[in-house]
Design a protein around this ligand. Structure first.
Ligand SMILES: Nc1ncnc2c1ncn2[C@@H]1O[C@H](COP(=O)(O)OP(=O)(O)OP(=O)(O)O)[C@@H](O)[C@H]1O
Ligand SMILES: Nc1ncnc2c1ncn2[C@@H]1O[C@H](COP(=O)(O)OP(=O)(O)OP(=O)(O)O)[C@@H](O)[C@H]1O
Ligand SMILES: [Mg+2]
Ligand SMILES: [Mg+2]
Lengths: 467, 467
């Protein structure tokens, strides 16, 4: 036990950078784009503004780049900048709200990769409003990997015209690619899930791409959705009870759970022997379990629909028509359900057939599965993802697709949730929670049935034409 | 930014228990078995003893179990028990040595799951030697999830007969299954990679299985393997330089890297302009990069072979013959190579054909891929694993297998390394590091070629018989 040590989170991820998604040169750069773009989209939407993102990727040498990423979000206050960029597990997305970020790792991971491959500091420029006044600061930062803390090397005040964040990072051991796994394709798919965003990207050859916004409608702000009684666990109740400022059980329940009215609390009181005027801190495990059991026998309204913001059936069809020009398309946005812990989620599914649907491999069109989570494209770890699994376990022959691998078919799946159960901190695949798997199957079947009608009608028309 | 928070590692994993592999009832229980068994095997091997593990799984109700796990390892000293079982990222496996554990998360994850599903404390009994004297303690522990620390609820001294650790944990929301994903199958596969272990398992029906040891040979103890100069990064050198107690560059290099003799240091001095008598702390990034570049132009002996302990070609064939009774088998243990950072690894591959090879699905035998890492069976996340990918990218038609999915074929792959690049903290799939992918392909091709000869010979014999 002389070897026994405790690592900080940053030390752990330094040893295991593949768990941040930084595995291989192309994937590493695409993941950096992913982390910075998702942060800018989250930030702009929280502030209720249409996101404008400017990205400039300059090639300095073989596998050596300088990345500049700028947004028009609300900015980051000076005191928070070191924590945001140099502390792992630090963020503002730990509440029960749908957001792309949820781990407090993303941009700190980018700073770590930059530092590990080049030894250079990160340059952060942030313009933000403080008490109505516009403030600006430019900082040069390094991560103290042993301590999981930021070191401010230089700092200067600047005079900004508007709010936003600009990040400048050097990288080696990464590679820009136009392939399916590369940064360009990642941006293109981001636009499908985020038609209200505008991204201007200058690639290493100096070529400038403007991904124009297809919609000027700011998506509604996601709302906090409290855990649903049907599925909340005894451990959740105990944890809430320990850390609440409420003085009684009854107010803890009505304030911490969705669909818990005073009427429901009265119903619960009749079903259990618990004194709901007690202090929350006195809740015992047995009482928490009794409440969870009673919840199972009570009726509750389904989880609130307003808090989760799906992409929307019409928008999915529009986006896919634009890039795939298919002969047939059908999309669906399902109703909210919950998975383990009363966590609400919505599945959206679509199938596009014919035209440019599917992925062209040589001469043949092969089926393509496009996965999204909270409107963010998932590019890697497809094989272990529950969204993939749910799609592949259908009996596609029943829907007119003889061989799922080889068809001019693009299948689109999006999950939105206040807490997406990713399989790893790389956030590229989703855990096979039974309720989610089941719902992905149901949603895919719903649109596959429409495809079946189309294929049959097409076949019938062909038979007709032959006669 | 009023929402801005820093989470501890235990808080993070409480929110994301699927990242510890605890996703779904069957998988969660199998992962608990995995974490406790791997800890006991590591502990026994470090102490140079043949591992004896006793597991008793008692069913208390639907999806409700009490697990007792006991080993004959060297035990855990009293002062370390709370850290071992209640602190995430705390362990003794962070050095450059091949071991099953490498994250400091495993058994703390089990305690967290137990506490989250039942509210019950963990009961740990540890008997260990201190200054040649046998000591014993029995503790009741709970995890303070907010602080990532252990709380000792009760403690008593006991009089042990020998050394070892016994863990008693209550679980709900888990399920024991005889399926391929269940705990029984996990133990069975563990025996293939660890023929020197003996595991006695009493299942929930009271039925007792004794998995006897097939070999009384204690595998040699893995040795620390320092990073190899070919592949070590500038960041590694800077990190070593910052945290070393050596007084000069030259002694830092010879003591921190493998295959760095004084002769090699002299050669390096000629290739660079660096003063190797400097203090390590004065090493600049530019100097570190210069050293890394110079290493690329120098010749070094391959990484040491003694530190890594593969299962061994003969043992793999023996183990697979025993459970599959195939008509053909071929195995190979390849030479050590390195991947990113100069980390050494060895790939072992085997193919078994005919007999009971492959997995019986209805009437048909389907190809089965058995993956191992540091002698530990990997059961889940097969789709995203580099070992799977390496196997599937072969052109199997060339080797006589027309359809890789449907053949009476079991393919075995094991990777051993001082740092296995797992894709997630669940440690069930391996990151697609280019050198590893390449070597899995090469190793599989090597045994597939032998299979091809066998299939051809069999076909020729059939043709002969027809005439
Ligand atoms: N461009 C930005 N504008 C405003 N705030 C930002 C920006 N980028 C990051 N932040 C803030 O910094 C926090 C940490 O970001 P980080 O990417 O590390 O974690 P996250 O987005 O919360 O979670 P994840 O690891 O899942 O991405 C965010 O929660 C947000 O509060
Ligand atoms: N049965 C045991 N006997 C002796 N020591 C043990 C035993 N179980 C755990 N330990 C010690 O406790 C440490 C922590 O164990 P834990 O499973 O949390 O992490 P790990 O095995 O180091 O890594 P991983 O998370 O990859 O399993 C181990 O490194 C080991 O030193
Ligand atoms: Mg983020
Ligand atoms: Mg372990």
């Amino acid at each position: 036990f002389e070897e026994f040590q405790e690592l900080t989170a940053s030390e752990f991820f330094r040893k295991n950078r593949q768990m941040l998604g930084f595995s291989g040169k192309i994937r590493s750069l695409t993941m950096v784009f992913h982390e910075l773009i998702t942060n800018s989209l989250d930030a702009a939407e929280e502030a209720g503004i249409l996101p404008n993102i400017k990205i400039n990727l300059k090639r300095v040498g073989k596998d050596h780049y300088i990345l500049e990423h700028e947004d028009n979000g609300p900015g980051i206050p000076e005191d928070y900048i070191p924590k945001v960029f140099c502390t792992m597990f630090a963020g503002s997305k730990f509440r029960n709200i749908q957001s792309r970020g949820q781990q407090g790792l993303g941009c700190s991971g980018c700073v770590l990769l930059s530092q590990m491959t080049t030894g250079k500091p990160a340059t952060i420029t942030s313009a933000y409003k403080e008490d109505g006044e516009l403030k600006g600061v430019k900082m040069s930062l390094k991560m103290d990997v042993k301590k999981n803390k930021g070191l401010v090397l230089e700092k200067e005040e600047i005079n900004p015209d508007g709010t936003g964040v600009r990040v400048k990072l050097h990288f080696k051991e990464v590679s820009y690619s136009l392939s399916e796994q590369g940064a360009y394709e990642y941006i293109r798919r981001t636009m499908i899930g985020n038609p209200h965003a505008q991204i201007t990207f200058t690639d290493p050859t100096g070529k400038k791409y403007v991904f124009k916004r297809a919609s000027k409608v700011i998506p509604p702000l996601p709302k906090e959705i409290l855990p649903h009684p049907r599925g909340v666990t005894a451990d959740d109740l105990i944890f809430m009870a320990k850390h609440t400022d409420k003085r009684r059980f009854r107010s803890l329940l009505t304030s911490s759970l969705s669909r818990m009215s005073t009427k429901k609390v009265k119903e619960l009181e009749k079903l259990t022997n618990i004194d709901f005027n007690k202090r929350p801190r006195d809740m015992t495990w047995e009482e928490a379990e009794e409440i969870v059991e009673a919840f199972k026998r009570m009726d509750f309204m389904a989880p609130p629909t307003k808090g989760l913001i799906p992409i929307g059936k019409d928008q999915i069809e529009k986006g896919m028509k634009e890039i795939l020009n298919p002969e047939f398309i059908a999309a669906t946005t399902r109703r909210p359900l919950t998975y383990r812990g009363g966590v609400p989620f919505i599945i959206e599914a679509a199938v596009a057939y014919g035209g440019k649907a599917g992925r062209l491999v040589g001469e043949q069109r092969k089926t393509e599965i496009m996965r999204f989570a909270n409107r963010v494209p998932l590019t890697f770890d497809q094989g272990s993802c529950a969204l993939t699994e749910g799609v592949k376990t259908l009996d596609w022959k029943r829907y007119g697709i003889r061989d799922l691998e080889n068809a001019p078919l693009t299948i689109f799946i999006n999950i939105v949730s206040t807490n997406v159960p990713y399989l790893s901190t790389g956030k590229q695949s989703i855990a096979p929670e039974p309720e989610i798997l089941q719902e992905v199957r149901q949603a895919t079947m719903q649109v596959a049935r429409k495809l079946q009608k189309h294929i049959r009608a097409k076949k019938a028309a062909k038979e007709e034409a032959k006669r």
